[in-house]
Design a protein around this ligand. Sequence first.
Ligand SMILES: NC(=O)c1ccc[n+]([C@@H]2O[C@H](COP(=O)([O-])OP(=O)(O)OC[C@H]3O[C@@H](n4cnc5c(N)ncnc54)[C@H](O)[C@@H]3O)[C@@H](O)[C@H]2O)c1
Ligand SMILES: [Zn+2]
Length: 347
Amino acid sequence: MMEKIKVPHAAGEYTIYAGEGILKDAFGEFDFSKYDRVFLVSDSNVWSLWGEKMTEVLASCGITLAGHYVFPAGETSKRLETVSDMYAAFAAASLTRRSILIALGGGVCGDMTGFAAATYLRGIAVIQVPTTLLSQIDSSIGGKTGVDLAVGKNLVGAFWQPAAVIADSAFLDTLPRRYIDDGMGEAIKYGCIWDEQLFDAIADKSIDRAEMIARCMKIKAEVVSTDERDTGLRAILNYGHTIGHAVEKLGGFSRFSHGESVGIGMLYAAKVGEAMGCPKDIYGRILAALQAWELPTVMDYAPEALIDAARADKKREGDEISFVLLEKIGKCYVKKVPISELAGMIQ
Ligand SMILES: NC(=O)c1ccc[n+]([C@@H]2O[C@H](COP(=O)([O-])OP(=O)(O)OC[C@H]3O[C@@H](n4cnc5c(N)ncnc54)[C@H](O)[C@@H]3O)[C@@H](O)[C@H]2O)c1
Ligand SMILES: [Zn+2]
């Protein structure tokens, strides 16, 4: 079944197409008539696994690519030099302001191609075709695009809404297990902050991947369309991220992936919540959900070290850190917590 989720934004609206094996149907429905050329960007892994299938699907919709650009897979490619090469490829393919890009890949490809789309000729259209669990449920929706600098991640970017997002869960058939784990941390997060029934279905593994993805996408879509420019509600998407980022950093960005760190960060957030009077079953339920998916649950860093690492967090305001806490599973709120009291809460 193909789900269609409408995402309104300041300049209009786009559709998210989600489901298992929906690639061809979704591209068939997308109206290409107002675009003069179609250009595809992908990374080396995704292009070798899925390039042929993608070209076939487009051909079946009567579309021939004006060109394609493939960059070496991985976060290290997510920089301005790659975008600059991309611009050269766009120019060589004679793209105009009426052309459209297709970003086929994970969050690296989506963020970077989105940024190239936002800036080339002061803005051209882009269809996001996310191929990792994380990019399907998180990075492809919301219009945040950008690249890394040597001094930090995602420091240069733009808000640029896609013309459509096409998320076919069949892409996950080839996705290595560690990237599934990475995305599952975020999937559990959506249940925690928004939807108890989704949380329970993930925890007892009674939901199939296509439905889980569509439901997570709906939550992200609702949050980002309420807060397009990240000035309010989007903060709740950071549940588990304050200490999660610290866990990621203390592990040298290699011991735990981002999603795994968020999983551990949610356990710490549950501890903070308990100290602030939130229900005591939250910790145990999150722990069980992480264990069901075999995600790491070790909390072996010293509280002081975690707090030092979290001090640099952009959510910090003076001596307080904004924490997303759960009133119950499925309902969250944001609360400022004094840094001086944190260590005692997460012992
Ligand atoms: N824009 C946002 O709102 C937002 C939100 C969260 C994360 N991000 C960004 O997303 C990026 C991480 O995304 P990611 O985890 O998707 O990383 P990624 O794009 O590097 O993909 C992870 C790996 O999986 C491979 N891959 C992708 N799809 C595959 C498939 N179907 N089969 C086999 N291999 C496949 C890739 O080649 C890569 O090696 C980070 O740069 C992060 O900053 C952005
Ligand atoms: Zn995250």
